[in-house]
Design a protein around this ligand. Structure first.
Ligand code: DGY
Length: 320
């Protein structure tokens, strides 16, 4: 039987590529290049399936050009904001993602962002590297302690729930706002807020875990930042589009916010120079799920979805 032809858009872990090569006729990207818009279309037109990451944008325009052969976009990501799901559905292209398997890794990075921001990790690191650490006193580089503070989770899905568990481990009181209230066994004593405003008012640390949808674009802006407690900390490991970065810069420079810990940005790769210029921002380059274990699991999960699809079974993680 001929194997389905699969384009794996970015370099994946060797074990994942090896398994893919066993079951598919594979087109790889060994140089790990970001394909141009035209290259992406041309390559996808000639395959049955594509396995992209969030770096490959399948806008409505791209999807309109894909032609009849491509049947499935099996994402190597939980986020699907890089794919126009409505356009894919209209074109009869199945779309899947990789939920669950990256929740632990992303929660770890949320904690790193929180602690790096609260305890001035970027400033301390930069000072030593620049050879400028020439002073110590009890008043030196004093940050904010998170123990006993209120940890606000915006979006209590899988990643939000695991991150809340990690925050509990730091002795924090968990609050959350979500479309739906969770059952007791998932809520684990966290305080539910029916409104975003209710959550903002009590969040000493606000951690973003909601999907990047048109409705959520810029949900953290001048008006919502102003509702946080004085000297709160913002953590974003979800998507840059959730935050109005100009408003965030103002809140950080004006002292309204104590600090921010950010793994995601509106412009990626690259980030935001105005944020990078501030000492009270702890920055990471979108590495929430970047562990060996999680990258393997994401790759295998994407392949599981492809295997199901080509076996004529509904893929477990179908989103469109
Ligand atoms: C995800 O899975 O959405 C992560 O942001 C990595 O792409």
């Amino acid at each position: 039987m001929t194997k389905p032809k699969l384009f794996i858009a970015r370099k994946l872990r060797d074990v994942v590529e090896a398994r893919a090569a066993r079951d598919y006729e594979v087109i790889l990207n060994p140089e790990d290049r970001l394909f141009s818009h035209d290259e992406l279309i041309a390559t996808c037109r000639d395959v049955d399936a594509v396995l992209p990451c969030h770096s490959e944008r399948f806008s409505a325009d791209v999807i309109a050009e894909l032609g009849p052969r491509l049947k499935i976009i099996a994402n190597h990501s939980v986020g699907t904001d890089h794919v126009d799901l409505a356009a894919a559905k209209a074109a009869g292209i199945v779309v899947t993602n990789t939920p669950d398997v990256l929740s632990d890794a992303t929660a770890e990075i949320a904690m790193l962002c929180m602690l790096g921001a609260a305890r001035r990790g970027a400033e301390g690191d930069a000072m030593i590297r620049a050879g400028k650490w020439d002073f110590w006193s009890p008043a030196f580089m004093v940050g904010r302690q998170v123990t006993g503070k209120r940890f606000g989770v915006l979006g209590m899905g899988r990643v939000g729930q695991v991150t809340a568990d990690r925050a509990r481990g730091f002795g924090m009181e968990v609050h959350y706002h979500n479309r739906r209230r969770l059952p007791d066994h998932l809520e684990k004593g966290a305080v539910f807020h029916e409104t975003l405003e209710g959550l903002l008012a009590v969040s000493d640390v606000l951690s973003l875990h909601c999907p990047s949808t048109p409705q959520n674009a810029g949900i953290i802006n001048a008006a919502t930042l102003a509702q946080l407690p004085e000297r709160a900390i913002l953590v974003n490991t979800a998507r840059g589009g959730l935050v109005d970065e100009a408003a965030l810069v103002d809140a950080l420079t004006g002292g309204r916010l104590f600090a921010a810990g950010l793994d995601v940005f509106q412009a990626e790769p690259g980030g935001n120079p105005a944020l990078a210029a501030l000492p009270n921002v702890f920055l990471l380059p979108h590495i929430g799920s970047a562990t060996e274990e999680t990258r393997d699991a994401m790759g295998f999960r994407a392949l599981d979805n492809l295997d199901a699809f080509f076996a004529g079974v509904e893929p477990g993680d179908r989103v469109a």
